[in-house]
Ligand binder design. Sequence first.
Ligand code: CP
Length: 327
Amino acid sequence: MAAPSGKIPRHDPPRRFPHRHLLAISDLSRSDIEFLLDRAEAFTPLAEQRVKKLDALKGRTLINLFFEPSTRTQSSFELAGKRLGADVVNMSASSSSVTKGETLIDTAATLNAMSPDLLVVRHGSSGAAELLARKVSCSVINAGDGQHEHPTQALLDALTIRREIGRIEGVRIAICGDVMHSRVARSNALLLTMLGAEVRLVGPPTLLPASSARWGASVHHDMKEGLAGADVVMMLRLQRERMQGGFIPSAREFFWFYGLDEEKLRHAKPGAFVMHPGPMNRGVEIDSAIADDARISLIERQVKMGVALRMAVLVALAEHGANESGE
Ligand code: CP
């Protein structure tokens, strides 16, 4: 459905997102997720139009507050906000008063005093987004908090799978590598199992948290076993910046046992798709021949879906806020 310039794509039948914030997939129901995916689907044609501007968030203010580096998430939230007509402010910790000792709470209180409507936050500590949501009067979106959750990444991954395979129910998805340090893995496992996918977590015992047994997924330590018959292989970045101690003997050995190459991919279903949230460590968790093979790699399509999905989230939360204030 092409979005007429300046008009928000219609969502039929009209529904309302019941949450003020988007902090974690664990807060959402299946119908909340389907609502956001359907909404995002309606925004996807916008990327192909010459004029990519709507006015759904005209007059609204979006602040992107990033305490950790980001390429995809920050730029796609910025683009999403701008394409919806919002005023967008980008702040990174390295160029803010955080470098002078200002705390997370004080930074949030300062920004809150400027009356934003939406605050997107990425932080290295689990629970940081939830803490901010209790301190500010606008809607907060978690753009990744420590090892906890990255809900918009899981939503855009689900949108990508649904578009490529046509469904999520019954799809077999192997999430492989550094599950322990991955907020992407946690959010994806929760979301995909909720939507009826068969999820497998694959990695060395040192990189699979004990809590993963509660994520509704099966656990495998061998790639051949974990990938057997998989429709989708989702590789994770080896997050060495979050590792204190020897989780793996060496990157070379990790690639030998867990890096995705053509030989290991042969165990998945013929024509299986490969995903990676990025940024990739080529030659560590994924071979370039796989990552760059446009017939099977969905990596660029994931990034593309990120903008549409984040537009859907911004509109859903802005509508919720407008409803609460009786607009
Ligand atoms: N997938 C993801 O969160 O990427 P960035 O760190 O570049 O935002």
